[in-house]
Design a protein around this ligand. Structure first.
Ligand code: PLP
Length: 428
């Protein structure tokens, strides 16, 4: 398998784009080597610019839940393109989209569309701060909520210390308002509320962590966040940019039966076009401009192309498909574990419905960021490149989830498993 055209494009890209990419993880720094440039895709397959075809487990980071080039989505986008690309004024499809989201996710009574997950979380946090009149927010170690200033923050030296910027350019004055605690650790949440309760506007959490690999919430964790935030007058924000419409039609909040005050959405909701959304209780959402005084806006927000794309995808996801997605993921994960063991490779594989992650570790479980860090990232690197050479595309980073689509049939899984068996044997 040669990738001459990819390599040539990467050389050109590096001259005119920082790192040759428009988003860092694409640059393969997490696994080494040079990125693959893609050209077309169909169902579970993606094809690169050199004509190599791969079985895909990235799904454009989530949206390709029905596989690539899903006809209802492509048709909806083409039909809309012929009518109009954009007005920056109200359209019917925005109303249909909002009605569908409110139907699918009962905790969302009103919703506002934005253009990315980052915009959704930034806006939800401004809303929470505006509603409560408080400045501090709580997030979790290894939790990722896009690149907004208040969320690009790492833990201080102890659980009760204020956050530090996780990137140059984030003002320390702002980072100090973000408190970072370990995922799945309710005791830490209690300590943070005891120390700063009256100052905390919101907890923001991925209800299934997905940006340090897939880490499900431990039993009682989400319920504990719900009761602690209610007790202290803080809002609970579920960042479902990854989990929304991926782990259940109503998101992780449906799967675990815990209702947040605000929800952020992205990825799947655009069907492959850049879309985000945030929503929640009507009385909270009505504090946004133009009804209320908390300002938020977007020239191209609710853009008709993106709304048609998202609407076509979301309205295709009837509940029965999630049972199938879960069944296929469970089969893949169970067999991967068996093959790893047969080859003498220690792994923990976490999965929730249509997402999973392989951690190369001899620990019994992976349930927080420090567990993730104890895993062998060099082994993931070798696994990634081994699978790539076999024609199977996993995320180019040990800290990402893998995604299964409704096109991942038994045949596709069989090919994946045969490749994995071979690659595991090379790792041993
Ligand atoms: C991807 C992601 C984001 C950021 O979304 P963008 O569209 O990349 O800005 C935020 N939160 C979570 C949980 C995500 O997975």
């Amino acid at each position: 398998m040669t990738r001459q055209t990819s390599d040539a494009l990467y050389d050109r890209a590096c001259k005119v784009m920082p790192g040759g990419v428009n988003s860092p993880v694409r640059a393969f720094r997490g696994v080494g080597g040079t990125p693959v440039f893609f050209k077309e895709a169909e169902g579970p397959y993606i094809t690169d610019v050199d004509g190599n075809r791969y079985i895909d487990y990235v799904a454009s980071w989530g949206p390709m839940l029905q596989g690539f080039s899903y006809k209802p989505v492509v048709d909806a986008v083409r039909d809309q393109a012929q009518l109009a690309l954009s007005f920056g004024a109200p359209t019917e499809i925005e109303v249909k989209m909002a009605e569908l989201i409110c139907d699918l996710v009962p905790s969302i009574e009103k919703v506002r569309m934005v253009n990315s997950g980052t915009e959704a979380t930034m806006s939800a946090i401004r809303l929470a701060r505006g509603i409560t009149g408080r400045d501090k927010i709580v997030k979790f170690e290894g939790g990722f909520h896009g690149h907004g200033d208040s969320l690009l923050v790492k833990a201080g030296s102890g659980v009760l210390t204020l956050g530090l910027p996780d990137s140059p350019g984030v003002p320390a004055d702002l980072a100090q308002h973000t408190l970072t605690v370990p995922y799945n650790d309710l005791d830490a949440i209690e300590r943070v509320f005891n120390a700063y309760g009256q100052a905390i506007a919101a907890i923001i959490v991925e209800p299934v962590a997905g940006n340090m690999g897939c880490i499900p919430p431990l039993p009682g964790f989400l319920e504990g966040l719900r009761s602690q935030s209610t007790d202290h007058g803080a809002l609970l924000i579920f960042d479902e940019v990854m989990t929304g419409f991926r782990v259940a039609p109503g998101g992780a909040q449906q799967l675990y039966n815990v209702q947040p005050d605000l929800t952020t959405l992205g990825k799947v909701i655009g069907g492959g076009l850049p879309v985000g959304a945030f929503g929640g209780r009507a009385d909270y959402m009505d504090q946004l401009a133009p009804v209320g005084s908390i300002y938020q806006s977007g020239t191209l927000s609710g853009n008709p192309l993106a709304m048609q794309s998202g609407y076509a995808l979301l309205s295709s996801l009837y509940a029965a498909q999630y049972a199938k997605l879960e069944q296929q993921t469970t089969r893949l994960v169970t067999e991967l574990k068996r093959l790893a063991e047969a080859n003498g490779i220690d792994v923990v594989i976490n999965d929730v419905c249509a997402m999973f992650s392989i951690f190369f570790t001899d620990q019994p479980t992976v349930s927080c960021f420090s567990d993730v860090h104890a895993a062998n990232t060099d082994r993931y690197r070798k696994f990634f490149h081994g699978m790539l050479a076999e024609g199977v595309y996993f995320a180019p980073s040990p800290f990402e989830a893998a995604f299964v689509s409704t096109c991942h049939s038994d045949d596709i899984l069989d090919v994946t498993l045969m490749s994995a068996d071979k690659v595991f044997s090379q790792l041993a």
